[in-house]
Design a protein around this ligand. Structure first.
Ligand code: ZN
Length: 197
């Protein structure tokens, strides 16, 4: 049985260039003509997974590679989605400070008290620190800083990558809200996580 494109997508008549995905009712509206830039940041992290039977249930580390994709339908006056230097300045600075060479652990992890006792560098997360959750964490931080982020891909190894995506229009609205608030306050990291030294 085959499914045609027409069965899965409806082309809207009032907004040329937009398609609505009807296949899984995500209400995801994706502009067809978009610019995108991707910044790559490397960092090292340790973690272990709870409720998991594989070897990742033990404390271990990764040389992580994160790809941060920003998208926009329009370019700014410089002809850019966003300057790579700005992404580096904001996001890489945060990753270097908050995540690099830290143990990323779930707040429910029973090893936390011991590691705190020995003053190990930690980043405590609400979620199980899977590659998917770390990608979401970096996505939410990037969005909170006003960047029109549409995807974050975290390469945990050379052959394993997890992606967290957000709709471009949601990112754009979030970006606009963030820009309005930029002069009033300094935005903070995602609420779903917290740091602990
Ligand atoms: Zn791992």
């Amino acid at each position: 049985m085959t499914t045609s494109l027409g069965d899965m997508f409806q082309v809207t008549s009032d907004k040329p260039g937009l398609i609505v995905d009807l296949g899984n009712d995500l209400s995801l509206v994706t502009p067809l003509n978009m610019y995108a830039v991707t910044k790559v940041i490397n960092f090292c992290y340790g973690h272990r997974l709870l409720n998991y039977r594989g070897k990742c249930r033990f404390l271990h580390g990764h040389n992580g590679r994160v790809e941060i994709e920003l998208s926009s339908e329009r370019l700014d006056q410089r002809g850019m989605v966003r300057d790579f230097g700005e992404i580096k300045q904001v996001v890489q600075t945060w990753i270097d400070r908050a995540l690099d060479h830290k143990m990323l652990l779930c707040r429910k992890d029973p090893v936390l008290p011991l590691l705190r006792k020995f003053d190990e560098p930690l980043f405590v997360m609400e979620a199980n620190p899977t590659a998917e959750a770390i990608a979401q964490l970096i996505f939410e931080y990037t969005a909170s800083q006003g960047f029109p982020v549409t995807a974050v891909r975290l390469w945990e190894t050379d052959s394993s990558v997890a992606t967290y995506r957000g709709a471009a229009m949601r990112a754009g609205r979030r970006s606009a809200r963030a820009s309005r608030g930029a002069s009033r306050r300094r935005r903070s990291a995602p609420r779903s996580s917290s740091t602990a030294a």
